[in-house]
Write a protein that binds this ligand. Structure first.
Ligand code: S3P
Length: 175
């Protein structure tokens, strides 16, 4: 069975940075789906949203997951924050491997993303309110899709890496 280690969670929850740390620790390649899409399309996420709209980007995310099914070497995969919202994507994620929800509080995300202009969905008058609303809607979706949940507000990267790696090994040791 394919057992990729899949990181999901809201924007700014640390999927990309923990993904890098876990890929070093586990000696596995990291696939960061936002970067993958940006490279393939030759445009940034902002540009893709502006030029083709959000649905186009969402379709590209689903396509990434479909292609990952063919990847037989286990990878660390950092998803975009919105990927688990599609039901088809959640089904694909289940098939692909062990899904970890990096759970953060809205205050943490607000602090981390203050001044960030790379997230099109947060370019609005009141990003704090937008973050709270989106996180409230998404939390049950992430929770439902998760094999494991880790709170990231106060955890330092090496400790979070240990925790996630151990959970992954426990879960997949019988495979
Ligand atoms: C999005 C998250 C972003 C990126 C896009 C949409 C979302 O990825 O895919 O801006 O809907 O949460 P990160 O979670 O890596 O910021």
């Amino acid at each position: 069975m394919n057992r990729h280690l899949i990181l999901m969670g809201y924007m700014g929850s640390g999927k990309s940075s923990l993904g890098v740390a876990l890929s070093y620790r586990m000696k596995r390649c990291l696939i960061d789906t936002d970067k993958w899409i940006e490279q393939r399309e030759g445009l940034t996420v902002n540009e893709l949203f502006a030029r083709y709209g959000e649905e186009y980007f969402r379709e590209a995310e689903t396509q990434c997951l479909r292609e990952l099914l063919a990847e037989k070497t286990p990878r660390v995969v950092a998803l975009g924050g919105g990927t688990p919202l599609r039901e088809e994507n959640r089904a694909l994620m289940k098939e692909l491997g062990f899904c970890v929800y990096l759970k953060a509080r809205p205050e943490t995300i607000y602090e981390r993303l203050r001044g960030d202009d790379t997230r099109p969905l947060l370019q609005c008058g009141d990003p704090g309110a937008r973050i709270r609303e989106m996180m409230a809607l998404r939390d049950p979706v992430y929770t439902g899709a998760a094999d494991y949940i880790v709170e990231v507000d106060h955890g330092r990267t090496p400790l979070l890496v240990n925790q996630i790696e151990e959970a992954y090994r426990n879960e997949t040791s019988g495979d």
